[in-house]
Design a protein around this ligand. Structure first.
Ligand code: DP6
Length: 321
């Protein structure tokens, strides 16, 4: 019996991943760019070699569907593995569009491979985490990260690549939580529904690579207005694509629109603040760190809670803390 514990943070996509070209290997139809955040985190312990498989989440036996995703992932690491115990905890809501699957599978990839006696490098761990949840491949790295499309049929070249470390730029992501309940349609099903039924899907996929290039240039130039413009364009295109699916996917709530209007007001008052939304109603606002308190104040009347998060570190073993 061997055990290992890992910590990972969620990442928020600045240029979104939405759509798969291969569901078995979980390969994306589009490249994407993200910012790993501190503050929110998943901590996961894996005990490799127990009596029978068990998955616990925040001290309780995990729901069957979640437990199956976890044990299926352990099977990818070693199809002949012994039964394992996985104990995972989050300090933020799960399944609500706050990227819990990203931090979850990044932490699991690091802890499980080490518990299995492996010493994979970060890039291999990123490609592995991708198979648990696509966005997880970006949480292996801190700061600004690109998820490369890759071209190999085995998917080994589709993984996160660091663009800029977390200390590179004094920005903050202000997360306005509108509703903490789990989403009705998960990202995996939502993407497939968009791929098969949305007439806008092709336009979404075809236009994504240029957004990634524009976002990278903006990051290299530390040009927040340029990054914000492409970020909002990417999220609104993704949501337009989902809304045009049949049946439609609409993750927003009235407060989502109120928060977006507030962000436009902030810009009109001279603050560079830019909104992005994932598969949920929460609004995440990118701004300069010095403006974060002002942004938080503006968002607070419309949200259940508001969190100011800074760029965070990549997934790591807990011993490294
Ligand atoms: C809207 O990574 O959760 O947050 O690969 O099917 O597990 P699966 O999807 P997931 O999707 C995240 C979608 C998104 C945008 C993003 O993070 O890029």
């Amino acid at each position: 019996m061997k055990t290992a514990t890992a910590i990972a943070h969620p990442n928020i996509a600045l240029v979104k991943y939405w759509g798969k070209r291969d569901t078995a290997l979980n390969l994306p139809a589009v490249p994407s760019i993200s910012l790993t955040l501190d503050g929110f985190r998943t901590r996961t312990q894996v005990i490799w070699g127990v009596e029978e498989d068990a998955v616990h989440h925040d001290g309780q036996p995990a729901a069957a569907a979640f437990a199956k995703r976890v044990t299926d992932f352990l099977d990818i690491i070693d199809p002949n593995r012994p039964p394992c115990m996985v104990l995972t905890e989050n300090n933020f809501p799960v399944g609500a569009g706050l990227a819990s699957s990203a931090s979850g599978f990044a932490a699991l990839a690091v802890a499980a491979t080490r518990a299995a006696g492996r010493t994979d490098d970060r890039t291999a761990l990123s490609a592995l985490a991708r198979q648990g949840s696509g966005s997880a491949c970006r949480s292996l790295f801190g700061g600004f990260v690109e998820w490369k499309l890759g071209s190999r049929p085995d998917g080994r070249d589709s993984h996160g690549v660091p663009i800029a470390q977390r200390s590179y730029w004094e920005v903050a992501m202000v997360v306005a939580v509108v509703n903490e309940g789990p989403k009705a349609v998960g990202s995996t099903d939502g993407m497939e529904a968009s791929r098969h039924t949305s007439p806008y899907y092709k336009g979404w996929v075809d236009s994504a690579p240029a957004d990634v290039e524009a976002a990278k240039d903006a990051i290299y130039d530390r040009d927040l207005d340029a990054l914000g413009r492409v970020m909002e364009h990417s999220t609104l295109k993704m949501h337009a694509c989902m809304m045009a699916a049949n049946p439609p996917l609409l993750y927003w709530m009235p407060a989502t629109l109120a928060l977006m209007a507030e962000v436009r007001e902030l810009r009109a008052s001279g603050i560079s603040a830019w909104a992005t939304m994932d598969a949920g109603p929460q609004v995440k606002v990118l701004c300069r760190r010095k403006d974060a308190d002002r942004v938080r104040e503006a968002l607070t009347p419309h949200a259940r809670s508001v969190h100011v998060l800074r760029p965070g570190a990549g997934a790591r073993l807990d011993e490294e803390e």
